[in-house]
Structure formats: structure tokens, C-alpha cells
Write a protein that binds this ligand. Structure first.
Ligand SMILES: CC(C)(COP(=O)(O)OP(=O)(O)OC[C@H]1O[C@@H](n2cnc3c(N)ncnc32)[C@H](O)[C@@H]1OP(=O)(O)O)[C@@H](O)C(=O)NCCC(=O)NCCS
Length: 249
């Protein structure tokens, strides 16, 4: 077979060679970028898996197992939904229903007992349960998950539900602080949550008191269409400083 170079002049050969080299460099760069993306995703998956394998994430935060303020004397436990007894799961569902049903019904999502129960009992669900120290009765719950969101490792807060008599005593803020510390300890990038726009108490709590921001993946309302009923809020975790050992290696 006649080589293409035998039909070209030296100058043309140089141009063809340079073009080929540039193409090779570009595709190498593309391959490297893809490889970096794959490595980053693998690292994110590994972090989520490691967090989900923890026995009791709250054992990393021993002082946060108790809350004694404003007349509340509370013990806080952390466990996967599979480790909760039926009575506690049912209590968490009933509290969520009584706090949230009307807000769901005022949105285009509607309320379904079955869907909410399924969501609250999926394998990935973790819970913080706050109980009165004397009576052992639960007064608050948080449903959260270590998960990937748009390829980022995040701690997603699905619910924070507090019994009416235990509100405005700092417990909600304390439970969210626990989530943020857990996210930091387990190397998650951010804490995320979804909030109805027509839940002013919840929104005020997260945005004004706890300084959560509207996340970049929160849906934007198109100019001439109906408004979305919800927003996705998040707080980015500060990057962990490398330890002295990590710095030395
Ligand atoms: C939202 C909720 C979790 C807040 O919990 P909480 O324990 O009452 O909150 P805290 O006592 O930690 O309050 C922290 C701050 O939030 C703000 N806040 C909380 N409840 C408020 C209310 N009813 N009105 C105005 N501000 C409020 C205040 O700034 C408060 O600080 P302050 O008491 O020093 O003024 C609780 O009201 C609740 O369970 N609501 C029903 C379920 C819900 O809407 N969950 C959120 C969506 S999943």
C-alpha cells in the first residue's frame, strides 16, 4: 500500500504530523480527564460505603448523646432503621404525619401513608432518636442518609421532626449540629435537605438560624410557569485539614 506521505510535499508532511500529534495530545488529555472523574467517583462511593458501614456514628461524638437544656433531659441514639423496634418506627411515622401531612397536601406532591412509610423504612435510612431520659419516650427524630447526590458524597436529611412540646428549646438546632458533625467526620461534602417553600417555620429555622443556602441543584422556577413548591438547601462542610502524618507522607 502506498503511504500517504509519499504523495505529500515535506511541508505538508510536517503539517499532517503536527495535526496528528495535537490530536493524540488532545485525546490523551480527554482520557486523563475521564480517568480523574472515574477515580473521583470511586472515592466518593467508597466514602459513602464506609459511612454506611459504621456501627454507631454517634460514638464519634460522645458529648452529643445527651441534651440537658431548657427543661429537657434527653438521650440521643443513632441507628439504622433495621435496628429500630416497630413501636419506634411507628411513632416516627405518626409524628411525621401529624407534622407534615397538611404541608404535603398543600403542595402538588400530595400525601400518601404508603409512600412515606416506604421512604422512612428503606434500608439506607439512618435515624437519630431523642428520648426523654426518665420516661424513655421519644420526643424527636431525624431521618438521614449517607448517599451520592449528583456524584457528590453527602449527608441528606430527609426529616427532622420534633414533638410540639419539645420545640423552641434548642433541640432542633442541636440535632442538626450532630448531622453536620457526622458529615464532617465521615468526609461528606455537604449536608442537604428539601424544604417546602410554604413551611415558613422550617425555612426560617434552616435559612436564617442555621445558615443553609439554596443548593446549586435546587430547581429554578421558569419565568412563565408555576413555581416549584420546594427548595433544596445545603451547607458545605469545611475541608478537613490533613493530619501531621498525612502531611509528612
Ligand atoms: C423546624 C423544627 C425542627 C425546629 O426545631 P426546634 O427544636 O423548635 O428549633 P430550636 O429550638 O433549635 O430553634 C432554633 C431557632 O430556630 C428558629 N425557630 C424555631 N422554631 C421557630 C418558630 N416556631 N418560629 C420562629 N422561629 C423559630 C428560632 O430562631 C430559634 O431560635 P430561638 O428559639 O433562640 O429564637 C421544629 O419546629 C419542627 O419539628 N417542626 C415540624 C416539622 C418540620 O417542619 N420540620 C422541618 C422540615 S423536615
Amino acid at each position: 500500500m502506498l503511504s500517504i506521505f509519499r504523495r505529500l510535499r515535506p511541508r505538508q508532511i510536517l503539517t499532517v504530523t503536527l495535526q496528528a500529534q495535537r490530536r493524540t495530545a488532545k485525546s490523551k488529555e480527554k482520557r486523563q480527564k475521564k480517568q480523574q472523574e472515574i477515580s473521583r467517583l470511586k472515592a466518593s462511593i467508597a466514602k459513602v460505603e464506609a459511612a454506611n458501614k459504621l456501627e454507631d456514628p454517634l460514638s464519634m461524638l460522645m458529648p452529643f448523646k445527651k441534651f440537658e437544656r431548657n427543661g429537657l433531659d434527653i438521650k440521643i441514639e443513632c441507628s439504622k432503621v433495621s435496628e429500630l423496634d416497630k413501636e419506634t418506627i411507628n411513632w416516627a411515622f405518626q409524628l411525621t404525619k401529624s407534622n407534615m401531612q397538611s404541608l404535603y397536601e398543600a403542595s402538588d406532591w400530595g400525601w400518601s401513608d404508603r409512600e412515606k412509610k416506604t421512604e422512612m423504612t428503606e434500608d439506607k435510612a439512618w435515624y437519630l432518636i431523642a428520648r426523654d431520659l426518665d420516661s424513655k419516650k421519644p420526643v424527636a427524630c431525624v431521618h438521614f442518609r449517607f448517599d451520592l447526590e449528583c456524584d457528590d458524597e453527602v449527608l441528606y436529611c430527609y426529616e427532622i421532626q420534633i414533638m410540639p412540646e419539645a420545640r423552641r428549646k434548642g433541640l432542633g438546632k442541636f440535632l442538626m449540629q450532630i448531622l453536620e458533625l457526622l458529615a464532617h467526620k465521615t468526609d461528606m461534602k455537604k449536608v442537604m435537605l428539601t424544604i417546602f417553600k410554604h413551611n415558613p417555620v422550617g425555612r426560617d429555622f434552616f435559612v436564617n438560624k442555621l445558615k443553609y443556602n439554596v443548593d446549586e441543584i435546587s430547581p429554578q422556577t421558569p419565568l412563565f410557569e408555576e413555581e416549584y413548591c420546594y427548595e433544596i438547601l445545603s451547607k458545605i462542610m469545611p475541608e478537613k485539614k490533613p493530619s501531621a502524618v498525612e502531611k509528612a507522607t
